[in-house]
Design a protein around this ligand. Structure first.
Ligand SMILES: Cc1cc2nc3c(=O)[nH]c(=O)nc-3n(C[C@H](O)[C@H](O)[C@H](O)COP(=O)(O)OP(=O)(O)OC[C@H]3O[C@@H](n4cnc5c(N)ncnc54)[C@H](O)[C@@H]3O)c2cc1C
Length: 421
């Protein structure tokens, strides 16, 4: 029997395509209330002194929420946007609008899981159904969980690729029956957090994301060339990660398309490289489910002894691009200005902070958390812990040679010239 009214609680799954929480709500309800909650905890300063979500990512979230709302409106629905803590907002709405069910995505990391637990407990008290869906990952839940014993990526990859199972992909809904409520649908709540009129050069929303992946899928040459020159280039990147991290683009949809492309074009090595890269995300999701909060400990998942300290002076020099090492300063300038940074430069700057400046790596990871457009808790902390030597795939005492790095990847100094004027 169809329930009366459901809430779809959008988080970092700001899309209509392949959104199982949304599709299930539509199938099982007469009316669906799409809801986005702007949690004030995203803007607090952490114990490390940074805002959890800095201006650049907040702006990107705003762009994505705006685009989602436009899409929802085009199919007869809307996006309600409310500021507050989900564990407070959701019970209020449940009572006010006699809601019978809440649909949302599931979480991999501790803080987010704690919020979900509170919401789930409260919905239980009101006898409201709480339904969560594993939609951030591209793999089926059981399949991904079956790989969790492989804590080295190459082993994970070999076992994953042998029988890769992409999870079920949902159709995009064409109509949603949404009630008119006396709640905010405007995006003003963002305006006190971020200047929404300042220039911003990344287009938000799933249409922009789908267009970007189509530029690869419809152009065999572009896909073929994906990272073909990776060994000595800083320019080879798809810029897809911000869309994946905000769930504007479904990773299952992307992986499925790449696998089909590869099947039809077995010699396309670019598709293989892209699939390989996407599996790193899956690997870290599984590792977070396995090791949980150990990823936030200084000694990481292996509880290693590290020589490092909370040296804020050195940290500030690193953040302000004032270390005197050009390749590090150029990277930190790019990150500070745009919220984007190439993977190699992320690993270099992370390693430099921890191994040369001997600063507690968690301060650097928290700065990345604040700054990155594509911040994802599992991927950020998973990669940081790896490159400072306390995570998965970690070398015994990894130390990058910054000069050699600059020589290899920026031999003509163009990248450094661009960012250090
Ligand atoms: C210290 C450090 C912190 C990082 N923090 C994040 C983060 O918070 N969020 C994030 O999405 N990526 C993170 N990465 C991984 C990687 O740097 C970015 O995914 C990549 O730079 C994004 O650019 P792109 O979309 O152009 O990626 P491409 O190089 O074009 O790769 C395609 C996609 O593959 C995935 N991918 C590639 N490499 C990795 C990797 N090492 N781990 C996980 N996924 C990968 C990403 O989804 C990416 O969009 C981090 C890496 C390091 C070294």
């Amino acid at each position: 029997m169809k329930a009366n009214r459901s809430i779809v609680w959008f988080k970092n799954d700001l899309r209509l395509h392949d959104n199982e929480a949304l599709v299930s709500a539509i199938q099982n309800s007469n009316e669906v209330i799409p809801l986005f909650i702007l949690d004030p905890r995203w803007s607090v300063h952490t114990i490390h002194g940074f805002r959890k979500t800095g201006n650049l990512r907040m702006r990107f979230i705003y762009e994505n929420a705006k685009a989602l709302q436009t899409k929802l409106r085009s199919i007869g629905s809307d996006l309600y946007i409310i500021e507050g803590m989900p564990e407070k907002i959701l019970p209020e709405l449940i009572i006010r609008y006699k809601v019978s069910d809440v649909y949302t995505k599931s979480e991999f990391a501790y803080d987010e899981q704690q919020i979900v637990k509170k919401v789930e407990k409260l919905t239980g008290m009101f006898r409201v159904g709480y339904h969560s869906f594993d939609t951030h990952s591209a793999l089926g839940t059981d399949f991904r969980n079956s790989l969790n014993n492989h804590i080295v990526f190459s082993e994970f990859y070999t076992n994953a690729i042998a029988n890769l199972e992409v999870r079920h992909i949902c159709e995009m809904p064409s109509k949603i029956n949404t009630p008119t409520l006396n709640e905010a649908t405007d995006l003003q709540v963002f305006e006190k957090l971020v200047d929404v009129n300042a220039p911003f050069n990344i287009e938000g929303g799933e249409d922009a994301a789908l267009q970007l992946i189509n530029s690869y899928l419809e152009n065999s040459k572009k896909l073929e060339n994906f990272k073909s020159n990776d060994e000595n280039s800083l320019a080879e990147r798809s810029f897809i990660s911000p869309y994946l991290s905000q769930g504007v683009l479904s990773s299952a949809y992307l992986l499925d398309k790449l696998l089909r492309h590869q099947k039809n074009n077995p010699n396309n090595v670019g598709a293989k490289r892209f699939i390989n890269d996407l599996l790193w995300r899956e690997f870290y999701f599984g590792m977070f489910l396995k090791f949980g909060r150990k990823f936030f400990k200084q000694g990481g998942i292996h509880n290693k002894e590290l020589t490092c300290m909370p040296d804020f002076e050195a940290l500030n020099k690193w953040i302000k691009a004032d270390t005197g090492i050009e390749i590090i300063d150029a990277s930190m300038k790019e990150l500070g200005t745009t919220g984007v940074l190439d993977k190699k430069l992320r690993s270099l700057t992370a390693n430099y902070l921890s191994k040369q400046l001997l600063v507690d790596w968690r301060l650097g990871a928290a700065y990345f958390e604040s700054q990155l457009l594509d911040y994802d808790v599992c991927i950020n902390y998973g990669n940081w812990s790896r490159f400072v030597g306390v995570g998965t795939d970690a070398k015994e005492d990894p130390k990058f040679d910054t000069e050699q790095f600059a020589y290899l990847y920026d031999s003509k100094g163009e990248y450094r010239k661009t960012w250090i004027r």
